[in-house]
Ligand binder design. Structure first.
Ligand code: PMP
Length: 475
């Protein structure tokens, strides 16, 4: 059956919108709503701003998907890509082949890493990185004669990707329902979200201890000789920007160490300055055995991601090669020279332009503007670290009652923010995330949140007019 394309969508300037509806499937989009709503077609970008096909300006308050750390239109990244394209547009890493940019990038990543890593394996996306980590953990345990030690523990609301294995790690029902996931052997433990999950009167410290106890109980119940690894983002991003209590990770890591469970840090969002240190692991006191990074690795100008692997796991892989021969894993584009050249340039610019320092310089303003929104009648909780933060929308503050998903209050706020020229991301209906390019200045932070506050006020007016609070309480 042909879709009925609404007149206003069909009439939009050059009808790219209607052609989009006719030809494209969008990830993380309600496919039915898209038939009516159509796309917001972004045509160009400069600095923290992007512009749609009609020339309307937006502040990219999410750095795209938590990734365009250097903003848009960065000439030096474009130059790095062009130069590498001219010199060697493609080569691979199979059967002992290599390229200068992939070698230099691996070396650089090891230099700046938050722990001692032995080797780097390149992939194309965060999902592939975590998928690869699972395979490596299994391979490692087979290699060292522990074939039963294979289960991986992730967390409810954790986000680790969408491939069959990485979607299984992701602790969000939307990624599992009717996809026949998660696969066997993946377990999910509790979310460190004090605002929602703590018991009445429980301090952050007590809450962190309880969660570490829950992890330990899970490992003991499953049998420590069956649990291979634990994976976590330092700050949960796509699960709602969940900032853990300060002592959570040291307590969790102690449990992992006690039961010889490898710690995989998913630094796909937090890596490269987002939390105020180069790595989220440094901000939260994590010493990972394995680390996945992507996104800001290349400031997202081209796709590239990496797995950092410790000496123990590497030695086991080496033993396997001595036994079985070839390491049977690798992608056509692993270590592709062009994204690797762009990543090298991005890492250089983070340092030479003082981008990490900028995050620390402007983040107090970012934190202040987010915290101030906590006074708004719609906002139950606020949180931020470095240049990542969120507010949580509630129907009733004292009882923390959420709006019902069908009331679509969050999505309403997201579209009102776009009307006011701010792109933000609403997660799970009530968490509103902010993650701007790391080049943002204090005055641009003010500009972003002035626009967001207008959207918040408009959302409040709409909630009041529609009687949404009474409906939420009744639900
Ligand atoms: N891990 C984390 C923490 C992420 O935020 C994401 C993507 N948002 C992924 C993994 C998956 O990355 P990709 O979309 O590049 O596959």
């Amino acid at each position: 059956m042909d879709e009925v394309i609404p007149e206003d969508v069909a009439k939009r300037s050059n009808s790219l919108a209607s052609r989009d509806i006719a030809h494209l499937i969008h990830g993380y989009t309600n496919l039915d709503a898209h038939l009516q709503k159509g796309p917001l077609v972004i045509e160009r970008g400069k600095g923290i701003y992007v512009y749609d096909e009609d020339g309307k300006e937006y502040i990219e308050g999410m750095a795209g998907l938590w990734c365009a750390g250097l903003g848009f239109g960065e000439e030096e990244l474009a130059q790095a890509a062009v130069e590498q394209m001219r010199k060697l547009p493609y080569y691979h890493g199979f059967t002992h082949k290599s390229t200068p940019t992939s070698i230099l990038l691996a070396e650089k990543l090891k230099q700046i890493a938050p722990a001692d890593f032995s080797k780097v394996f390149f992939v194309n996306s965060g999902s592939e990185a975590n998928d690869t980590q699972i395979k490596l953990v299994w391979y490692y345990n087979n290699a060292i004669g522990r074939p039963q030690k294979k289960k991986i523990i992730s967390r409810i609301r954790g986000y680790h990707g969408v491939t069959v294995a990485s979607a299984s790690l992701t602790g969000l029902p939307m990624l599992h329902t009717d996809f026949d996931l998660p696969i066997a052997g993946i377990l999910h433990t509790a979310t460190p979200h004090h605002y929602r999950e703590a018991w009445p009167g429980e301090t952050e410290e007590e809450f962190a201890s309880r969660l570490a106890g829950m992890l330990e109980a899970m490992i003991v119940q499953e049998g420590p000789d069956t649990v291979a690894a634990f994976i976590a983002e330092p700050i949960m991003g796509a699960g709602g920007v969940i900032v853990p209590p300060a002592t959570y990770f040291p307590k969790i890591q102690a449990v992992c160490t006690k039961y010889d469970v490898l710690f995989i840090a998913d630094e796909v969002i937090c890596g490269f300055g987002r939390t105020g240190n180069v790595w989220g692991s440094q901000t939260f006191g994590i010493k990972p055995d394995l680390l996945s990074c992507a996104k800001q690795l290349s400031a997202s100008y081209l796709p590239i991601a990496a797995c950092l692997i410790n000496e123990d796991v590497y030695q086991a892989m080496l033993d396997e090669s001595r036994k079985v021969g070839t390491f049977g894993h690798g992608y056509t584009y692993s270590g592709h020279p062009v994204p690797a050249a762009v990543a090298l340039k991005a890492l250089e610019l983070y340092e030479t332009r003082g981008i990490y320092d900028n995050v620390n310089k402007v983040s107090p303003r970012f934190a202040e503007r987010i915290a101030k929104m906590g006074d708004h009648p719609l906002v139950g909780n606020t949180r931020s670290v470095g240049l990542i933060g969120a507010i949580e929308l509630v129907a009733d503050k004292p009882s923390k009652t959420s709006f019902h998903a069908s009331q679509a209050v969050g999505p309403k706020m997201q579209s009102l923010a776009e009307t006011h020229g701010a792109i933000i991301r609403v997660i799970g209906g009530d968490h509103v995330a902010f993650c701007p390019p790391m080049i943002i200045t204090e005055s641009e932070i003010d500009e972003l949140f002035d626009r967001v506050e207008k959207a918040l006020d408009d959302t409040e007016a709409w909630v009041a007019k529609e009687g949404m609070r009474a409906d939420a309480r009744a639900a």
